[in-house]
Every structure is written in structure tokens, then in C-alpha cells.
Design a binder for this molecule. Structure first.
Ligand SMILES: *[C@@H]1O[C@H](CO)[C@@H](O)[C@H](O)[C@H]1NC(C)=O
Ligand SMILES: *[C@@H]1O[C@H](CO)[C@@H](O)[C@H](O)[C@H]1NC(C)=O
Ligand SMILES: *[C@@H]1O[C@H](CO)[C@@H](O)[C@H](O)[C@H]1NC(C)=O
Ligand SMILES: [Fe+2]
Length: 476
């Protein structure tokens, strides 16, 4: 219902837009007139319910899981015991199976200025069955904690799967609303694509790392039950030479593991996974990507490995957007765009999700790859081979929203709005996926912006062989 009201409002605005265009002030897409009355977000205090440690001395806390291998048959389970190493074991079993499996993890800890972390456990469980509910237990005796997750279906071109998308979450009251809206969304996300900037602990004096711990406890209610796919943002850098901290990404890399494979040149900061019908590439905006850098070489070899017959959907996650028309962070993604955009277009990446800019924006399919310094061809052009770029840095962190937009709205920008929220990407089959963005002020089911994504790889190259595709022209 919300959407039809919105659509009605939209058409009125479109008509107004044509009038304005005739007067010579031609904007691109749609700038939402939605106005929040308060966009200052404050962190939840330390004694908030969402930060409460589980009962029992040294009980496992900050439990989170992520995909543990390339194909989704493995899960990395992580948790922290605050006082002592405690048990390193995970007991797990498939629902309806009498067999109890055991796996041993490893434990790490780190110091940051005058903070000493708890004991951080990472345990990879392997050879899981696809599409199966598993229970897992950490700790023993009175400290036992039990969780569950569902493995993805076996990889295949028509396997439906629903991803959640959140960025720049932080730990404010708004962050809590974003997570609640994600959990209560009738379109149930099965795994989270997280586009960077997790805890914002670095905004505290001396990067008070106890705010990494509170964040871990806050997101446990989702991240212990479905994998969160991690991307590093600038707030993961924790680079502070003035207090002797010169190892970039130190807390993040100790607390959050990802399934990279050093042998193929990936790293904890750039890697890929396949899940259901999607191939997901995670990039690092804060690591070198210049020609011949390790990340550049890895992406160059990774893209030809993507098999669109197996995984038709190619999704890229990064922190800093390549296309953003907000004033804040304007053009920060430009250097990476220059290096990687031709590949994205060449390989028909379906959608690029980024955060960093604390607002929402969706682009048209555009590319800006013709420019060679001397030819003057330096504006983005409509290009059906190009990805849709979505900025979703609106998780709700303590830096608040950015509201200042470049004017007029550039033609590549299809929709922009400064509200907190989250999105879902609902892949239906090899040709259709439905993207929807939800703002926190609305009812859980309301879609503030939505778009059918048509898989150009399949619609154009495969289906066209047998029959003309009438809806090609409407392919977003
Ligand atoms: C770390 O140092 C800061 C500044 O001196 C102080 O406020 C804080 O309490 C210290 N924290 C710990 C855990 O010692
Ligand atoms: C966070 O959200 C949950 C779920 O809606 C709610 O139970 C809890 O009280 C909230 N906590 C704070 C501090 O807002
Ligand atoms: C793919 O999903 C779309 C949207 O649900 C549907 O209209 C279409 O018929 C599906 N295609 C096939 C081949 O099932
Ligand atoms: Fe950021």
C-alpha cells in the first residue's frame, strides 16, 4: 500500500519534473522530499539491554557466523569469552539427526593501546549438508549457549535466495531500529551483505575497544543465526600512530574472519564467495587497488572465474561508493572507479553495494569509461552493461545522516534520500531479482524504493537465442 501512495506521489513529481526541465533546470532522477525531524543519532549507553552479556561468568558472547568456504558448505563460528580462554569446542548437528559432531577452534587475543581483548574463538565447521538447519552449542555446563543456522541451497542458476543489505551500522538507537526493521521485514533475509563500518569504536577516546565488544553483543541476535558477509570500511582501520597503534584493521581482523584463500591471492580484506545463485565479490576501499597491487591482481584473475551459468548474479561489495551525488565524501570513490569500472562493465556486474555515505542512493545503469584524458568524454552515459550502484550507508551510526546533496541531481542518480534504513535483495531465478529499500520510519513491510533487476547476462545472451525478449527495453 505504501508503495502505491509513493508511486502516486512520484508521478506527480515526474510531471512537475518535466515542467521544471522545460524551464531549463533539468534534474536527473528523484530526490525524496522525505524529511526527518531528528537526524542526530546517539550511541546506546553501556547499560542498554542490547549490550547485556549473557548470564554466567565467562559465558560465550558476541557470537557471530560467516560463510566458511567458497561454496557455502562450511561456516566459521566466532565468539568471545571475556575472562578465560574457556572451551574452544563447538558441538553441532543437523536438525533431525542423532549424530553430534564436534569441532575445535583456535583462540586469539589482541591489545589496543591500554585495552586487552577477551579470548576470541574462531571455529570452522565443514562438510555441511546444503539447505539444512543446524544447531550449534558453545560452552558447557551452566554456560552452554545454543544457536542455529540454515545452510544455503546447493549452488545453481535458478536457486532463489534473499540477502539483507546494511552498511555503516554503528550502535545508536537508530542502529537498533535498522536491525529490528531488518529482522521484522516480511521479506526474510537469509544472509547479510554488510558493506563496512561496524562498531564506530574509533570515535571514542583512544578508540575505546570496549565499544567493539558492545557491538558484537548488539548484533549477536542476528549474526549468530545467519552469516554476515563482511566488508572493511574506514572505521575498521583503527590506525592511530599517536597512541602507538600502527597495524591497520587490528581489532576487525582479530574479531571478524572471512573465507579468503591466500593461494588465489585473496585476503581477509578482499575475497569472494558463492551462495545459492550469486557470486559475491568483496573489495577493500582502504587497501591498494592500483595496477599490479595484490587486490588488483586478484580481481583481475577472479572475474574470469565467475561462471554465470552456475551463478548468474554477480554482486560487488565495497565501502566507498563509486557513484554518489551527496556532498559529503563526494568523489572519494573516484580513484577506485577509474581502475575497476571498465571490468565491472565488461563482466556485466549486476549490482554494486557500497556504504560510507550515510544516506541512500540508487543509480541508473551508467558507465564512465570512455574518457582517456584527452578525448573530453568525461560524463557518465547510460549503459545497459553497467551495474546499478546502490549506496546504503544509512545503518544509523553516531555520525548521523548526511543530507546535503549536489544540485541539480545528476542524471545518473535515480533515487536519493537521507533516511536510515536497510535493504533486501530477493533473487527469484536466473533472470529476476527484486531489490527493495526500507526506511526506518515506515512500517516493516513498506518499500520506500524498489527495483526489479533483470539479469542481462541471461536475458540478452541466452534467452534471446530462442525467442525475442519483449521486456528487454524495460530491463533496469
Ligand atoms: C585507558 O586510558 C584512558 C586515558 O588515560 C583512561 O581514561 C582509561 O580508563 C584507560 N582504560 C583502561 C582499561 O585502563
Ligand atoms: C533495541 O531493539 C529491541 C528490539 O526492537 C528492543 O527490544 C530493545 O529494547 C531496543 N533497545 C534499545 C536500547 O533501544
Ligand atoms: C523468474 O522470476 C520472475 C519473477 O518472479 C518470473 O516472472 C519469471 O517467470 C521467472 N522465470 C522463470 C523461467 O521461471
Ligand atoms: Fe565510512
Amino acid at each position: 500500500m505504501g508503495i502505491s501512495i509513493f508511486r502516486a506521489g512520484f508521478s506527480v513529481l515526474v510531471i512537475l519534473g518535466f515542467v521544471v526541465c522545460d524551464l531549463g533546470v533539468c534534474n536527473g532522477g528523484f530526490t525524496s522530499g522525505y524529511v526527518r525531524n531528528d537526524y542526530v543519532a546517539s550511541d546506546m549507553p553501556l547499560d542498554s539491554d542490547v549490550f547485556k552479556p549473557p548470564p554466567g561468568r565467562n559465558a560465550a558472547q558476541q557470537v557471530h557466523i560467516t560463510q566458511g568456504d567458497l561454496e557455502g558448505k562450511s561456516v566459521i563460528i566466532s565468539w568471545v569469552t571475556p575472562e578465560k580462554p574457556g572451551s574452544n569446542r563447538v558441538v553441532y548437528w543437523a536438525e533431525n539427526s542423532p549424530i553430534r559432531n564436534k569441532a575445535e577452534g583456535s583462540v586469539v587475543s589482541y591489545k589496543y593501546f591500554n585495552y586487552t581483548s577477551g579470548f576470541i574463538h574462531h571455529c570452522t565447521i565443514e562438510n555441511l549438508e546444503y539447505d539444512t538447519k543446524y544447531f550449534y552449542v558453545i560452552g558447557f555446563g551452566s554456560l552452554t549457549r545454543r544457536f542455529w543456522f540454515i545452510t544455503p541451497p546447493k549452488i545453481g542458476p535458478d536457486v532463489p535466495y534473499t540477502f539483507g543489505v546494511i552498511g555503516d551500522l554503528g550502535q545508536t538507537y537508530d542502529s537498533n531500529k535498522t536491525l529490528t526493521h531488518y529482522e521484522s521485514n516480511p521479506t526474510k533475509g537469509q544472509a547479510m551483505l554488510f558493506v563496512g563500518d561496524l562498531s564506530y569504536a574509533d570515535r571514542y577516546p583512544f578508540h575505546d575497544n570496549t565499544r567493539w565488544d558492545t557491538w558484537g553483543r548488539f548484533v549477536e541476535r542476528s549474526a549468530a543465526y545467519q552469516p554476515w558477509i563482511w566488508t572493511a570500511g574506514n572505521h575498521e582501520l583503527d590506525y592511530a600512530p599517536d597512541i602507538g597503534e600502527t597495524e591497520p584493521f587490528k581489532p576487525f581482523l582479530h574479531l571478524y574472519r572471512v573465507p579468503y584463500n591466500a593461494l588465489d591471492g585473496s585476503s581477509p580484506l578482499w575475497y569472494s564467495i558463492k551462495r545459492a545463485s550469486a557470486h559475491i565479490i568483496v573489495l577493500s576501499s582502504y587497501s591498494s587497488y592500483v595496477k599490479s597491487s595484490p587486490q588488483y591482481k586478484w580481481l583481475q584473475s577472479e572475474l574470469p572465474r565467475v561462471n554465470r551459468d552456475q551463478t548468474p548474479w554477480l554482486i560487488v561489495l565495497m565501502h566507498t561508493p563509486m557513484y554518489s551525488s551527496y556532498v559529503h565524501h563526494y568523489m572519494e570513490g573516484e580513484s577506485m572507479r577509474v581502475v575497476f569500472e571498465p571490468w565491472f562493465v565488461n563482466y556485466k556486474v549486476d549490482v554494486v553495494f557500497a556504504g560510507h555515505v550515510h544516506a541512500y542512493e540508487r543509480s541508473e545503469r551508467v558507465s564512465n569509461i570512455a574518457y582517456n584524458i584527452v578525448n573530453g568524454l568525461c560524463s557518465p552515459m547510460r549503459n545497459q552493461d553497467a551495474p546499478v550502484y546502490i549506496t546504503i550507508g544509512d545503518g544509523g551510526n553516531s555520525e548521523g545522516l548526511v543530507t546535503e546533496m549536489t544540485e541539480p541531481q545528476p542524471r545518473y542518480s535515480a533515487y536519493r534520500e537521507a533516511s536510515f534504513g536497510h535493504a533486501t535483495l530477493d533473487i527469484k531465478n536466473r533472470t529476476h531479482a527484486y531489490f527493495a529499500w526500507h526506511r526506518n520510519q515506515d512500517e516493516y513491510s513498506v518499500e520506500a524504493d524498489a527495483l526489479w533487476l533483470h539479469n542481462r547476462q541471461w536475458i540478452a545472451s541466452k534467452l534471446a537465442k530462442s525467442a525475442p525478449v519483449s521486456h528487454l527495453s524495460s530491463a533496469a
